[in-house]
Write a protein of this length. Structure first.
Length: 148
């Protein structure tokens, strides 16, 4: 099981909207870059709008970031697109056998470790912004062009 791709698609959408801010970032345009269906992009854009990360207006093609890329963290995106519910990144199997020493204790033993792992992930995501991702993309493109 992996984290929903809505997260990386959300980051992709935000980065492309910012890089294309002089153009029109319609769901069709964004879907072309993600290589997916515009309907999925519109769903994710709705989630990003609800979280206050983008501005879209009914009947008008395109979107723009609602705040500067340096103020949007990957944690904001992670939360906006409902990747997982709070403290539920990891699922612990239910109803282990109570007469088994492992079954009786596994949930209480592993849950604190999994909670700490989720907090570590969220801390890393909270320290990276869309601006950081954009700078990396631009650097990679410059390197690619120089080495062609």
């Amino acid at each position: 099981m992996s984290i929903s791709s809505r997260f990386t698609v959300g980051v992709h959408v935000l980065a492309l909207i910012e890089l294309n801010k002089e153009g029109i970032s319609s769901s069709e345009f964004l879907a072309g870059s993600v290589n997916t269906n515009p309907t999925l992009i519109r769903k994710i854009m709705g989630m990003l709008k609800k979280a206050g990360l983008i501005e879209v207006h009914p009947g008008i093609a395109g979107a723009k970031l609602a705040k500067e890329p340096s103020y949007i963290t990957l944690l904001d995106v992670y939360k906006a697109v409902d990747v997982v519910k709070e403290k539920e990144l990891f699922s612990v199997h239910e109803n282990p056998h109570p007469n088994c020493p492992v079954g009786r204790n596994i949930q209480d033993s592993i849950t604190p470790v999994l909670s700490a792992a989720q907090l570590a992930l969220e801390k890393v995501l909270g320290n990276v912004t869309i601006e950081d991702i954009l700078k990396d993309i631009v650097d990679k493109e410059k390197f690619r062009i120089v080495n062609e």
